[in-house]
Structures are given as C-alpha cells and as structure tokens.
Design a protein around this ligand. Structure first.
Ligand code: 26Q
Length: 821
C-alpha cells in the first residue's frame, strides 16, 4: 500500500497477484466464515471470495467518502423505490480489474469463478426498466465521478420467482437474503424514526402562514440503513447504495410482554417489519393499498432526514441545502419527499413556508417514466390524510400557493386550473403525485426524445405551458460494463483487437468499428463471436429449462415485462401465422427461427398471465410438430431476471421492440441488444426512434404506425374487424387461437383475449399486423444474406455509444444537478 497525502492507504489496483488472492480466500474462509477448506459448502466459498473483493473495495470506499467530505461540493441523492441490481460479484471483480487473477486464484483452489458466480443470489429489488435503470445509473455515477448516494428499500422479498407450471405463471417468494448478504453493512447508528397517522396541532411559536405545527404520530417505526458499496469502472470511485429496513421501536414491548400480553406485543413488531417485507410486483397499475403509500413515505422520510442531517453536520445552515444537495425522484414513488422536506424545514428548522418551498423546489428534480394513465400515481385524499395528516396540510398549502400564482399571472381557464391542481376533483378526491413532483421540482425530465415531447403534449400539457423551461429530455442509457464487457467478453475482446481499448473508457469510441462494417474478415469474426454466444445460450437453456434449440437458427428474442402495450401478443400471433405458412409451403426457403420469450406478469394482471400461457401453449404445439422441425421453435424462458438477461442479450440475432407507438417511454433492453450486435425490429416508439437515428435507416427494421398515427386512428373510429377481414393471414391466426387449436383441453381459453383484439384492439395488434409480418419477411431476406446481416449487426454495435448510461449521467450532472465533473 502506498500512502496518500491524506494519510489513507490507496490500493494498488492493477497488482492483484493470484497467489495472494488464493491465500486470502482460504484465510477469509477460515477466520471469517469459520470453515476449513475440506468442509466448506459451495456458498462458503462464494462468501469468502466476496469478502476478499470487498476488503479491497473498502479502502476505495473510505477514500471516496473522505473526498466527498473534504470537497464540500454538491452531492446527488437518487431516490428510488426500486434497484434491480442483479449479482454484484462479477461487477465488482471486473470493475476492480481483477478478473483474470481471481479466475487463476480460484482455479488453483480447484474452483471455477463462473460456477462460484452462479451461486450468488440475484438481487431483484425492482420490477423492470425503472429499477434496472436505477442500478445502471448507480454504476455510471461511480464511474464518471458523481458524488452520489442511492436511497431505497431493503425488501426481504424482492421480485417474485416465476415458475411455469403447465404453461401458467406461478409466483413464488424469492429469498435472496437466505445465505446472508456479505455486500451490506448495517449502520444502526444512522437510524431514524418514521411516524404515521396521529394528530397535528399548532406549535407554540408560529411564524407566517401556513405556520409551524407539531405532529404527534400515532404510530412510529425505526428505519435502519444497510449500505452497499457500488464500484465504478477501474475502481476509482466507490459510492453508497443505502437501503432502509423497518424495525419496531421497542422490539417486543417488554412491559406488555412481561404482563402476559404476548399477542399485542408482537403485533406492533410484525406491523413494522411488514413495511419492508415485499416489493410490489406491479410495474404499471396502481396498487391502491395503504401499505404501498406507507412504504413510499417510510423510505422517503428516512432518506430526507438523512440528507438533512448530513447537510447540517457538514455545512451548518439548512437554508443552503439546495446549494449542496440535488435530490432526484425516480418517478413519483418518492414524490411525498417534497412535502416531507417542507415539513422538516417549517416544523423542525423554523424556516418560513415560502422560503422552505423555494429551497425544496431548488433541491428536487423528477424523472417521469410513463404516460399510461393507469400508472400515474394518485392517492385518495382520506387515505393520505389519515396516514400523513401534516403532509396533507402542506399539500393543500402548496396547492394554494401555486394556484394563487397561476390565477394572478395568467388568463387561465378554470379547466387548466383544475388540471394543474394537486388535487384531482373529478371523482373521489385524490392527491396527484405527478403534479406534486412537477411543481416541487426545478427540472422534470422524460426518458427519450419522443416520450419527452409526448409529456409536453399530454399529461403535463398545462403545467408545461405554465413552466415551459422545466421539462427536459434525458434519453436513457445502460452500463456497458455489465451489458457488454462482463456478459460478452468474447465480443469485447474482438472489439479491442480491432480498435484498441479506448472504448472501455469512452463508449463513443465504439464508432471506430464503423470502418470494419464491410471488412469480410471482421464480419466473419463478428458472426463467429455471435455463434459462440448462441452456443453458450443453447447449453444454458438445455441445463436451465430442458429446452433444446439449434444455434444455427435465427434467435429472435422478446424479453421484458409482459404487458399488452408491449405486444407480446403481436409476436405470438406472428408465430402462429408463420407456423401456418411453413406448413402450407414446406418447399419454400424458410429462414430457421427460434422465437424466445421471457418476462413476468404482475400477479393481478389477467391478460398478461394469459399471454404467458398462450406463448407456452403455442410452443407446445409448434415444437412437437415434425412439419416445422428445424424451421420454427418457440421457447418461453422461465423467471426472466438480470442473470438470465446476461445470457440472452449477447446471443440475440433479432431484438423485438414492438410496443404500440407512444406507449413505451424509452425501453432499455433495446439498447442492450443493440450493443451486442442484434438487429432491431421495432416501432417508432421510445428510444427506438433514436436508435434508428444512430444506426441509420438501413440498419434497423421499422414497421407499423407512429405515435401520431396511433392517436389519429384511435380518434377516427378504428374498426379492427375490417382489418382482420382484409387479411387472410391474420384472420387464420386469430381464429386458430380463438377456437382452441393451441388449447384443445380448454377451447375457450383465449376467447376473451382475442375478442379484445376483434372488438376494440386498443393496442393496435390487428392494425400493425400486416406491416409487422412484412417486416419479418424482410428480416428473413436479410438473414439469408450473411454479409448484409453481419454489416448491419456491426453497425449496431459501432453506433451504440450514445446509449451508454455514462452519457446519460453526464447530461443529468450538467443540466439538472449542476455538479462539476
Ligand atoms: C406505482 C404505484 C403503485 C404500485 C406500483 C407502481 C409502479 C411501479 C413500477 C409503477 C411503475 C413502475 C415501473 C415503471 C417502469 O419500469 N417504467 C419503465 O421505465 C424504463 C426506464 O425509464 C423505461 O425504459 C420503460 O419504457 C418504462 O416502461
């Protein structure tokens, strides 16, 4: 270890000797895990390996914290109810640049890094895109040097484990903490009390109106943080992910317990710990339960109290908070934080309301991830008021303040006023979390160019015309360390051999690959890497779910949450149509395809669950029909999660991004496919629009209506029956599904699902089918021309640089957070 001026040891990152590592692994196994090598269980080895890596990270972690402290610069706080981090071991080993040495060290102990890595549980504290984005952002913030903390909930049960039983999704609890979690550090000394319900009274000394109040919660719980280090690329900076766990104030209320009232004593304890027990497994519709609102307030309040405490400790004066702290709200889930900060300032720090409001607005910014009306969060006023009586008052005060300004400054219609109001009065009165987040933030962003435009035109139309500077775009990105370098070392090596290593530090340098797009030798190498990844996936799927596929076929993959707007149904209907055509014309030169699906359905989402069953029913029939053997296969990969994704993206030939235009805010899977050299078949939706701009029109296959056409068609009396009658191919496929060809045991199983298409077709499956089928025929043609395919695939990887989350984070840092890098 060499010593820095600050006196702290600095690790010597690139000198990890395999021999030293293997000694350390045995040492940790003995003295920290308490086992000898002969008796150690597989998980003990994993634990020992993680401890060795962790100890090296800790030096950099402590150094980073000290640098933040000394620097006195602005810090970023990323508040998210979800962090879909997946496994951390490979991330850490790879970012610490000790992969080869660790492999060697384990080999010398008779173990294999890949095998040990597979033992690590996949931390699935999120549903899908929003949660995975938060995880990519954490890694990129540590990489590009943003002084950042992530704040969230330490769910005991994250996303459920999906089993497929007789083709149906079955949800089982996932126990990711069963073997302990060596990555986390409990920090009891940083615990906070969180209150719920109770009464509010005017405080003795009240300044201004609305004035200071005293809230006496009826119920209190303790929030205890668990910190996980997040290592940036090359181990230069290590940030903190702080996840809160709920505990009862008095674990077993000793006096009650001693008085023999065991039930009552335990009830409170259970009520507290149930707060952070499970993640809500819905990624779009609102679970109206009060537990969800309690979770939101619990983690938001703990985080804001922590931020305020740190600020006062470091800077003394709470009124300078906005100069030193930037709080990013990941969707509206932590939006109650706006009211919480105002409450802390007014009630506990004697700041007047107007100034408190000003500080809050300068501190917060908000990211919107969806325009779907059913996913826009709002809470019934009576529920909000009962659980958070003081916050309800403040929401009214904020509302009055805003509406007064609005009425003063504009000739504004009453209609616009009611659209801007924080309270939805159209039916049962509800608190609109989107409007609260919007007015409480100095910047509001969408996650792709199209989505940001649509935000301005739809949900936030009136707020946008009032505050035209506030909405801005930050197109999503993904971390290339995980989604290229770790999951596809073969492609990484190929790229490095061609253009050198600079792309590892600057993703835009991938563009240097463009000059190889027409190079025959490079094309062959590129296809050879793809084939190798397909062989690996083939072996994996054989072992994982007993499915046999042929790596010579085109791997056509759709992996994402199951949702009607994402249109897995369009893909399945196409599979059925293709099946029929191959059977009718076996003599044609068909491009062999494996259609692979993966994704979870929200437990209460009937049509999504039925879609999973349909994919499996269709697979069953097609896969056992000798007439299409070797030409068409359908596979549903169970329990799609981050770890499965790491197998699937590198092995994909074709990326399915086929949402109804205007409905997918961005998508991020599309970017993971692209960087791994898959070709996109997609609509002009979300970030697909920008992928097209970057790869060029010739290197992507676009089909279907665009967002404006969808709107116009919906408005103009669209009749799906006419479309179906006009397309024998579509009619045949829908009829086959509807009449039980794939469900002979229950011929009416899909009646309702198909009726939805025939009767209203809100998601435009019928309307876009013809265009989709043509696009797929075009894909077949390209597939048969290997050189063209290779060129397109290379162009995709070469032009993926923009979609690195490092770029996204730099834009947030510059335009929103105003932190210098
Ligand atoms: C809200 C209230 C109650 C219960 C659940 C929810 C809830 C939970 C999760 C609502 C929405 C979500 C998740 C949304 C999500 O993942 N959106 C995706 O975000 C990605 C990152 O920006 C985008 O790429 C995707 O397009 C978008 O669908």
């Amino acid at each position: 270890m060499n010593q820095q001026q600050d006196g702290l040891p600095r690790p010597e990152p690139r000198k990890f000797d395999a021999e030293i590592l293997s000694k350390e692994i045995v040492e940790r196994l003995t003295y920290r895990v308490g086992k000898d090598a002969a008796n150690a269980h597989k998980h003990d080895w994993l634990h020992a390996v993680i401890l060795v890596i962790r100890d090296r990270i800790i030096d950099a972690w402590i150094r980073t914290k000290k640098e933040f402290h000394d620097d006195k610069g602005k810090r970023v706080y990323y508040l998210s109810l979800e962090f879909l981090i997946g496994r951390l071991m490979r991330d850490a080993v790879s970012n610490m640049e000790m992969l080869d040495q660790m492999q060697e060290a384990l080999a010398s102990l008779g173990a294999d890094l890949d095998v040990v890595a597979e033992l690590e549980p996949d931390a699935a504290l999120g549903n899908g895109g929003l949660g995975r984005l938060a995880a990519c952002f954490m890694e990129s913030m540590a990489t590009v040097g943003v002084p950042a903390y992530g704040y969230g909930i330490r769910y005991v049960n994250g996303m459920f484990r999906q089993e497929i039983s007789d083709g149906w999704q079955v949800e089982l609890p996932e126990t990711w903490l069963a073997h302990g979690n060596p990555w986390e550090f409990e920090r009891r000394e940083c615990s906070y009390e969180i209150g719920f319900a109770g009464k509010v009274e005017a405080a003795e000394q009240t300044l201004g109106t609305p004035g200071k109040m005293t809230w006496s919660p009826q119920e209190r719980v303790v929030a205890t943080p668990y910190d996980t280090p997040i290592v940036g690329w090359r181990g230069n900076q290590v940030n903190t992910l702080r996840l809160w766990s709920a505990q009862p104030i008095d674990p077993i209320l000793l006096d009650k317990f001693n008085a023999g009232e065991h039930q009552g004593a335990l009830r409170e304890s259970n009520r507290a710990s149930s707060l952070t027990r499970v993640l809500y497994p819905a990624d779009s519709s609102i679970a109206g339960q009060s537990l969800r609102l309690r979770q939101e307030y619990f983690f938001t309040s703990a985080s804001i109290q922590d931020i305020v405490r740190r600020h006062i400790q470091d800077f003394g004066d709470i009124k300078t908070l906005h100069e030193r702290a930037s709080i990013q709200l990941n969707d509206t889930h932590p939006a109650v934080g706006v009211a919480e900060l105002v409450r802390l300032l007014v009630d506990e720090h004697d700041v007047e309301f107007e100034e408190a409001w000003d500080i809050a607005r300068k501190t917060f910014s908000y990211t919107n991830h969806t325009l779907l009306p059913e996913a826009l969060e709002s809470w019934p006023v009576p529920l909000f008021e009962r659980l958070l009586p003081r916050h309800m008052q403040l929401v009214y005060a904020i509302n009055a303040h805003i509406l007064k300004q609005v009425r003063k400054s504009e000739k504004i219609s009453e209609e616009a006023v009611s659209a801007i109001s924080l309270i939805d009065e159209s039916g049962e009165r509800r608190v609109r979390m989107g409007n609260l987040a919007f007015v409480g933030s100095h910047k509001v962003n969408g996650v792709s160019a199209l989505h940001t435009d649509l935000m301005k035109q739809t949900v936030f139309k009136d707020l946008h015309s009032l505050y035209p500077e506030r909405i801005n775009n930050k197109t999503n990105g993904v971390t290339f360390r995980r989604w290229l370098m770790q999951c596809n070392s073969e492609l990484t090596h190929l790229i490095e051999d061609a253009i050198g290593p600079a792309f590892k530090d600057d993703a835009e340098r991938l563009a240097d690959l463009n000059k190889f797009a027409d190079d025959a030798a490079f094309q062959e190498q590129f296809l050879a890497v793809k084939f190798k990844k397909k062989e690996q996936l083939t072996t994996h799927l054989r072992d994982y779910c007993g499915v046999r596929i042929d790596p010579n076929a085109m791997f056509d993959i759709q992996i994402k949450r199951i949702h009607e707007y994402k249109r897995q149904l369009l893909n399945i209907v196409h599979a059925v149509a293709l099946y029929d055509q191959i059977r009718s014309h076996p003599e044609k030169d068909w491009a062999p395809r494996v259609k692979i699906f993966g994704g979870k359905a929200a437990s209460s989402y009937h049509n999504a669950k039925l879609t999973i069953k349909l994919a499996n029913d269709v697979a069953q029939v097609i896969n056992q029909d000798p007439a299409v053997q070797g030409l068409l296969k359908v596979v549903f990969v169970p329990n799609y999660n981050v770890s499965q994704a790491e197998w699937l993206f590198p092995a994909a030939d074709l990326s399915e991004q086929i949402s109804t235009a205007g409905m997918e805010a961005s998508g991020t899977g599309n970017m993971k496919f692209q960087v791994n050299g898959a070709i996109t078949i997609g609509t002009l939706d979300g970030a697909n629009v920008e992928i097209k701009e970057h790869v060029g029109d010739d290197n992507i296959v676009i089909f279907g209506m665009d967002a404006d056409e969808v709107t116009a068609r919906r408005a103009g009396g669209y009749n799906p029956r006419d479309v179906i009658e006009g397309s024998p191919e579509l009619k045949q496929a829908l009829t086959a599904i509807q009449t039980g060809t794939f469900s002979p045991d229950d011929p009416f199983r899909y009646q309702g699902l198909i009726d939805g298409i025939v009767e209203h077709d809100w998601f435009m499956v019928a309307a876009d089918f013809g265009s989709y089928a043509n696009a797929q025929r075009h894909v077949d043609e390209i597939w048969k021309d290997k050189k063209t395919w290779a060129r397109m695939a290379i162009k995709n990887t070469a032009n993926a640089g923009f979609f690195s989350s490092d770029r996204t984070i730099r834009q947030y840092a510059e335009d929103i957070w105003k932190v210098g890098l």
